[in-house]
Design a protein around this ligand. Structure first.
Ligand SMILES: NC(=O)c1ccc[n+]([C@@H]2O[C@H](COP(=O)([O-])OP(=O)(O)OC[C@H]3O[C@@H](n4cnc5c(N)ncnc54)[C@H](OP(=O)(O)O)[C@@H]3O)[C@@H](O)[C@H]2O)c1
Length: 344
């Protein structure tokens, strides 16, 4: 049993505006002990996703948090004590965890617990080889399926999922256009991620730029945001075009709820396909995607862009960054470094 205290963020108050520390309560308690079929994990890196606000907005009857519940997350952790045979003390693992230093988990959460790819750092395992990289990889390869020369559009293109989707589509030979908020993001997309063009939705009229950049239309739209951008893409979908529905960041907090897309009828006119993508459905194939992405990374064919905040105490503000658009690349929070551990 490690010595020390367990610092934690518990859900305190439902959100009716921007998310921040006011929605949580910071507590310190004893480090918990794992029981049969459980393990004690020391959290190292936390991953942030726009969907995390859903549990802060919805009432408990609709899946929202109860007051006093620990805030859930995807994390990379180190096993401190294990009563699950396939994990040993010292192992680096990823899976469902909580905003706290130490978590007891049974290995079966929204994300089951699994070992980090050998040779991958905890930071990489939480970033490009974490949920967002997996969703981006399978969303492009299995759902969008771009062919060489096709025009591939990505929204929130300099974010966690978007930054990988752009690069995977480019490696498959597509002509890639990213939509992102701000000069820094757009420069990164063209200069580092090798997108063919970037549209800055904060300074440019997206419709005008799409018409200029895609005079023949769009073959694949990888949608991370929903809302008006989805309508603009549907309006320009080419024959047999595909829309990958990955996320709807524009909708998660919208009040009243945003209406659905107006231009969905275009799917009829172009024999198009709009398909939802749930990353966890590919869980058994994560090692395959991790191996491919890590291979591309090691060969210098792809870049991992992470936006790192340090310190568990900053978790609420870190989540808020996804909604202000402050994050460039995958939003992570570093809690701790792995520690050398004696065998049990
Ligand atoms: N389907 C799945 O299994 C799965 C798994 C993981 C994530 N996702 C989804 O994938 C999407 C991307 O996730 P991520 O973790 O990579 O987040 P992210 O794109 O790194 O961060 C969110 C970005 O969305 C943009 N944004 C913020 N508020 C917005 C609004 N009101 N309207 C439109 N855009 C807004 C901002 O980018 P700009 O400044 O560039 O506009 C912001 O940086 C999310 O919708 C997430 O829920 C889906």
């Amino acid at each position: 049993m490690p010595e020390g205290r367990n610092r934690r963020w518990l859900f305190e108050k439902r959100s009716d505006g921007p998310v921040g520390p006011q929605n949580f309560r910071w507590t310190e308690s004893v480090i918990p002990s794992p029981g049969e079929g459980q393990l004690l994990a020391r959290n190292l890196w936390l991953s942030f996703d726009p969907t995390q606000v859903l549990g802060l907005v919805a009432p408990p009857s609709e899946g929202g948090y109860q007051v006093g519940e620990p805030m859930g997350t995807f994390a990379v952790s180190q096993v401190v004590e294990s009563h699950i045979p396939k994990f040993q003390r010292g192992d680096l693992v990823y899976g469902a965890s909580y905003w706290e230093d130490y978590s007891v988990v049974d290995g079966k959460g929204y994300w089951d617990t699994a070992k980090v790819l050998p040779g991958a750092s905890p930071r990489l395992a939480a970033g490009m080889l974490g949920i967002t990289g997996m969703v981006a990889y399978f969303g492009v390869v299995e759902v969008g399926r771009p062919r060489p020369g096709e025009t591939f559009l990505v929204s929130a293109a300099a974010g966690g999922v978007g930054s990988i989707a752009v690069q995977v589509a480019k490696l498959l030979g597509a002509r890639v256009i990213g939509i992102a908020g701000g000069k820094e993001k757009c420069e990164w997309l063209v200069g580092e991620a090798h997108a063919d063009a970037a549209i800055d939705h904060r300074r440019e009229d997206v419709a005008t730029r799409l018409d200029a950049l895609c005079p023949k239309g769009i073959d694949v739209y990888f949608d991370n945001v929903g809302g008006p951008t989805l309508d603009l893409a549907l309006e320009r979908l080419r024959p047999h075009g595909r829309v990958v529905l990955c996320g709807t960041t524009a909708r998660y907090r919208a009040e009243p709820p945003l209406p659905g897309p107006q231009n969905y009828w275009r799917l009829i006119m172009v024999n198009g396909r709009m398909e939802g993508l749930l990353g966890r459905d590919y869980f058994d194939r994560f090692p395959e995607a991790m191996t491919v992405l890590k291979g591309w990374l090691d060969a210098g064919k792809i870049r991992s862009k992470e936006d790192v905040v340090e310190g568990l105490e900053h978790a609420p503000e870190t989540l808020a960054r996804l909604y202000s658009g402050a994050n460039v690349g995958k939003q992570l929070l570093k809690v701790a470094d792995p520690a050398p551990m004696d065998p049990p």
